[in-house]
Design a protein around this ligand. Structure first.
Ligand SMILES: C[S@@+](CC[C@H](N)C(=O)[O-])C[C@H]1O[C@@H](n2cnc3c(N)ncnc32)[C@H](O)[C@@H]1O
Length: 243
């Protein structure tokens, strides 16, 4: 049984309130300051994904917004939505501490986005889609709020990478990935409304530090070929809205 929306909110509330290891490894809003390697990987990802400044950029399932200090540099206006209020409280603290004047966050489900039709230039999500109970509904909402020709850039974990599969298999809240919300299903769902391009890459957040960087570099080297690139940690779906 997969988590429903209420259970997802409750799970992430626990991560924040109990300050579990998962919080410090994955959701710490200041992780980019603490882990220069992570910062560099995320910086490169955004530079590749958003070479031109986006007028209005929406991040769905934004969580603690740990990447907003970098993502905000690629947008004139950056907005985040999430169902978990404690996550958003942490995000507000980050936005204030870093004085990110072009960023705002608000509570909302991706199933019912509080935005007008065709009002957003680019929608971005990071490790979000595999949590969503009704993927088709979330995709329809993203499609609705995007301007004609707008982009949806979805970053997701790669189930074929053994460490990613193991991480997700051990956490019930992450079983969506194992049970099909992965690169074998999500692109098919997106292609009904978008033209989709898929790229694999080795951007990771959890467990990348000075001690593990040798291992990361070995994996990066090993996965720099075809077909081993399909074992990289993440994949990104770059989607362009069809009329
Ligand atoms: C793995 S976290 C990722 C958070 C952030 N994007 C990051 O990478 O750190 C998934 C987030 O999606 C949010 N979420 C899940 N389902 C949602 C929905 N239907 N609408 C809005 N947010 C949702 C959760 O509350 C959680 O904060």
């Amino acid at each position: 049984m997969l988590y429903d929306l209420k259970q997802i909110g409750a799970h992430y509330r626990k991560v924040i309130e109990a300050k579990t290891d998962e919080f410090y490894e994955r959701f710490d809003p200041f992780i980019l300051d603490k882990r220069p390697m992570v910062r560099e990987l995320v910086r490169k990802t955004f530079e590749r994904n958003f070479p031109d400044k986006v007028p209005v950029l929406l991040d769905v399932g934004c969580g603690t917004c740990f990447y907003f200090p970098l993502l905000a540099q690629h947008a004139e206006r950056l907005m985040g939505v999430d169902v978990c209020i404690p996550m958003l409280d942490v995000a507000q603290e980050l936005i204030a501490a870093k004085q990110l004047g072009n960023c705002t966050v608000r509570e909302s489900s991706a199933m019912e986005l509080p935005f007008e039709d065709q009002s957003i230039d680019v929608v971005h999500s990071w490790d979000f889609l595999h949590h969503v109970p009704d993927v088709n509904k979330a995709i329809a909402e993203v499609h609705r709020v995007l301007k004609p020709g707008g982009r949806y850039v979805a970053v997701e974990p790669n189930v074929l990478n053994p460490s990613i599969a193991w991480y997700h298999a051990r956490r019930r809240a992450e079983w969506g990935l194992i049970k099909g919300k992965n690169q074998f299903f999500l692109p098919r769902a997106l292609r009904r409304k978008f033209d989709v391009d898929i790229r694999y890459d080795n951007t990771i957040i959890s467990f990348l530090n000075e001690r593990t960087k040798g291992l990361w570099k070995a994996v990066d080297g090993f996965t720099s070929f075809w077909p081993t690139k399909y074992l990289r940690f993440r994949y990104m779906m770059d989607c362009v809205k069809r009329a």
